[in-house]
Design a protein. Structure first.
Length: 319
């Protein structure tokens, strides 16, 4: 092949790639959402995707796939084509925690997925039903210590932040409590509101309105500093857990093999959506924070989270 033919082939390939990038997306996007509708991450994702749909001028369909701590949704997403039209909703649980709870999980968080962008992060609230007798974490643990295994706590599933938070408390206090996993944050919250469980670490966006309405009582927040939305609620550190710091992040990933051009387009649309005042306000009123950033930054962040949770899960001895 002559140099002229080689150059022509390269230029044609470049032109095809450029045309593909400019035309993407040319059909609806599908978002694979873990958990049941109505949970904090479900709502946060939909708020952003509504704006993304406007930006890319294509419908964005969000479908819920509850189960296995968010892994079912990722598995379904990975069954789709790696073409940029299948977006996996990933978060702390199904990317950074799951490998240390489910060693035989069906996907590798790094090899089978490519990062697109971080959406946001949320702190947790240790909450009890309004009818609960507990007014502090100490009172809750004292009762649990007196009744080994009788006090129960809910989570949105094995490997979620709520599960990990409970395991950290159990491992640091040696108090036996029973974990009740649900198919997402919404049913776990409903169980807590109905007093079917004794307590739960709920994401702040899930619990905030119920706490303010007097339907739940917040005993602690999971961050080193108090939360502006709940200034009177003490931190876990203030109640005898000096190193306690638990937050959960939300992100978008795609199947490995997705073209870089599509990832670049998706990342740009997501970042534009996250910068919109109405999105920032929506997140803020839920006690959440918008993140954003490049796909590379998300990838580096995930690597650090995998290292962190390898240590955390080893300490918690979660199973």
């Amino acid at each position: 092949m002559t140099k002229r033919k080689i150059l022509s082939a390269v230029l044609l390939a470049f032109a095809a790639t450029t045309a593909q990038a400019q035309s993407f997306p040319s059909k609806p996007l599908k978002v694979y959402m873990p958990g049941a509708p109505g949970g904090s991450f479900d709502t946060m994702t939909r708020v952003v995707m509504n704006r993304v749909s406007e930006l890319v001028r294509q419908p964005v369909v969000v479908e819920n796939y509850p189960g296995a701590g968010g892994m079912v949704a990722v598995e379904r997403c990975l069954a789709g084509a790696a073409d940029g039209y299948h977006l996996c909703v990933t978060y702390t649980g199904n990317l950074a925690i799951a490998p240390y709870i489910f060693p035989k999980m069906a996907y590798d968080p790094v090899k089978d997925l490519k990062p697109v962008a971080l959406l946001g992060s949320v702190p947790f609230v240790l909450a009890v039903p309004a009818s609960s007798p507990y007014k502090s974490v100490k009172e809750l643990l004292d009762d649990a210590r007196a009744k080994p295994g009788k006090i129960s706590y809910a989570s949105g599933g094995n490997g979620t932040g709520g599960h990990v938070g409970g395991e950290l408390i159990k491992s640091s206090t040696q108090v036996q409590m029973t974990h009740i996993p649900y198919q997402g944050a919404a049913p776990a919250s409903a169980a807590l509101l109905g007093a079917h469980v004794d307590w739960s670490f709920e994401a702040l966006p899930t619990s905030l309105q119920n706490v303010k309405a007097g339907k739940l009582r917040a005993l602690a927040v999971s961050t080193p500093k108090r939360q502006p939305d709940l200034p009177d609620v003490p931190t876990m550190a203030e109640q005898g857990f000096p190193d306690f710091d638990l937050t959960s992040w939300l992100a978008i990933s795609v199947p490995a093999g997705t073209p870089d051009a599509a990832i670049t387009q998706l990342n740009a649309a997501l970042n534009k959506a996250l910068e919109m005042p109405e999105v920032k306000e929506n997140y803020a009123k839920r006690g959440a924070q918008t993140l954003g950033g490049s796909a590379e930054q998300f990838g580096s962040f995930l690597q650090s989270e995998l290292v962190l949770y390898k240590k955390v899960m080893g300490k918690a001895k979660a199973d």
